[in-house]
Design a protein around this ligand. Structure first.
Ligand SMILES: C[S@@+](CC[C@H](N)C(=O)[O-])C[C@H]1O[C@@H](n2cnc3c(N)ncnc32)[C@H](O)[C@@H]1O
Length: 251
């Protein structure tokens, strides 16, 4: 498939901007097939732009290509900087783009996680960016126990992880597990692209345990036009009932 070097994600932007809200479909429209390609994604950063080499391959699953909310979250991290010394955990990393940018911003350690079929492409992308020293890839299936020996993260990242309805309660469970030890609460940055009305069900589950706020971001007006929201999730005090209804990004 031809790739526009200036905008390698353009195929995704045009393919999945169909906000058809087809509630009969379990998953949204998928990007066209991409097999064993290499792209370079460059994100502007405080000092110098950060270029990430990315092996992309849809064979192991939809996460094998870079998704729009991942690009938005990567660009946000690069713009704000300030990850030096942090332990970062990314959920549903796919290619690992977001976590790799976090590592290039000086995070002490980044654990990029996904389901087993994605581990190979994540390892490849760690290797081709020379980030073996401070990035590791691990299997983390939402809803299952967190990996043994996981260091309590300072920052949890998730991009484009709301798309498959049966996984909604599993993802909420994992977010709860990662924020289960107050007062040491990680910052949770959750970048979401609205595709279907059914996404509301994810936020209905989420609001039992979290409130959220829009993250201040210079590009917000741009990605809002693509139905993308960048949220900071805040764990409700444990066992407290959800008394107020936060604004849903799906509304
Ligand atoms: C749409 S992709 C987004 C990938 C990447 N975050 C990005 O923005 O490019 C969603 C990712 O979530 C992962 N995923 C889906 N269900 C999962 C589950 N139950 N446990 C862990 N990861 C899951 C997929 O394998 C995939 O990599």
């Amino acid at each position: 498939m031809p790739t526009d070097a200036a905008d390698p994600l353009s195929h995704l932007r045009t393919a999945d901007d169909d906000d058809s809200d087809d509630d009969d479909a379990i998953i949204p429209a998928q990007p066209p097939s991409v097999i064993d390609q290499r792209i370079v994604l460059t994100v502007p950063a405080v000092d110098a732009p950060i270029a990430i080499q990315l092996a992309v391959d849809a064979t192991p699953g939809c996460g094998g290509v870079a998704w729009p909310a991942g690009e938005v979250l990567a660009r946000h991290l690069a713009r704000r900087g300030a990850l030096a010394g942090k332990n970062v955990l990314e959920l549903g990393s796919g290619t690992g783009l977001v976590g790799l940018v976090a590592a290039r911003l000086g995070a002490a350690h980044v654990c990029i996680t996904d389901q087993a079929p994605l581990l190979q492409i994540m390892q490849t992308n760690i290797g081709i960016n020379g980030l073996e020293a401070n990035v590791s890839a691990a299997e983390l299936n939402w809803g299952e126990a967190l990996p043994n020996g996981l260091v309590q993260p300072d920052v949890v990242l998730a991009a484009d992880c709301v798309y498959f309805e049966p996984a909604f309660p599993l993802l909420v469970q994992t977010l709860c597990d990662l924020t289960a030890h107050p007062p040491a609460q990680p910052e949770v940055l959750f970048c979401y692209k609205k595709r279907r009305k059914a996404d509301k069900r994810f936020f209905a589950l989420l609001k039992k345990h979290f409130t959220w706020t829009d993250v201040d971001d210079a590009e917000r007006a741009v990605y809002t036009r693509e139905s993308i929201s960048l949220l900071a999730l805040h764990r409700r005090p444990h066992h407290a009932p959800a008394s107020s209804t936060p604004t849903s990004p799906t509304e």
